[in-house]
Design a protein around this ligand. Sequence first.
Ligand code: IPM
Ligand code: MG
Length: 362
Amino acid sequence: MKIAVLPGDGIGTEIVAEAIRVLDVLDLPFEMESALVGGAAYEAHGHPLPDATLKLAKDADAVLFGAVGDWKYDKLDRPLRPEQAILGLRKNLGLFANFRPAICYEQLVDASSLKPELIAGLDILIIRELTGDIYFGQPRGRRTAVDGHFPGAEEAFDTMRYSRPEVERIARVAFEAARKRSKRVTSVDKANVLETFQFWKDIVTEVGKEYPDVELDHMYVDNAAMQLVKAPKKFDVIVTGNMFGDILSDEAAMLTGSIGMLPSASLNSTNQGLYEPSHGSAPDIAGKGVANPLATILSAAMMLRFSLNQPEAADRIESAVKSVLASGLRTGDIWSEDTKRVGTREMGDAVVAAITKKTITG
Ligand code: IPM
Ligand code: MG
């Protein structure tokens, strides 16, 4: 088995280094190979997703990804910006199913900006379609308007589109996931305004008939954004398109107060996957050794479970993380009075120590 390691930019290198130490201590039979991606790859090779990096990712069973991006690249032509690397990986590997859990850890309930009673025990799974929608729809570009409110003016446009198979397959992923949880799916759309999302809603409803044991409801995206802050625990599995999923998953992650804790997985139809923390590259704290590595460490656990068929190793990582939290160690993002503030490296050390200790004591 082979893991492609793509640390990327900003805090990416620091947090991925800790995840690798955790994987190393598990002593499993896989190879890891690293490559540059994002701004780091642009600096070295003039492109955010060099051919060699893409090939490494394609040939691997799984990709462990850090984060990409920095404000200093905002002026580059779009195809050269760091974000294009992650979009290119999603597209080229066909990673259409994005799992973004939003879990509130018991010890961190006070880190949320919502009242503790609203989020204690929160456990939502957002399933975001990742290779379609307005993100990838053609045509797109700039031109001179021939109609609209200002004919003759300069305009820009993107295309929102979904095909039937694209909606069917992500709907199935959501229903299957719900079967392993509380058997409820909320499909989020904007069917009251958009043709694409009326189509989405119709197809999700059809596919839902194959899963009579799963309860399906539909919600408009604006209402979903509101319900997420009003009564987040009413949700279980949320399935939605690429753009709505981008927005709602950030909202849901922040509800937990600990975006630095949340892993994510992006899978294709052969279970090859890319695993990355839900947070970004945080250039403001990069290089300071203060970033929280737990989301990346937990992403490595998801990788072991979903793509590398090592569920026991995944359990070991997850229980080590819980015991480290229980022991009171916190990076700055989740620190509160009465806990001990540690840096990236110390947090990684603590997870490694928790795994080793459990190994010794059985
Ligand atoms: C995410 C990010 C990306 C997205 C960016 C970096 C292209 O926001 O993974 O949610 O919009 O999908
Ligand atoms: Mg996003």
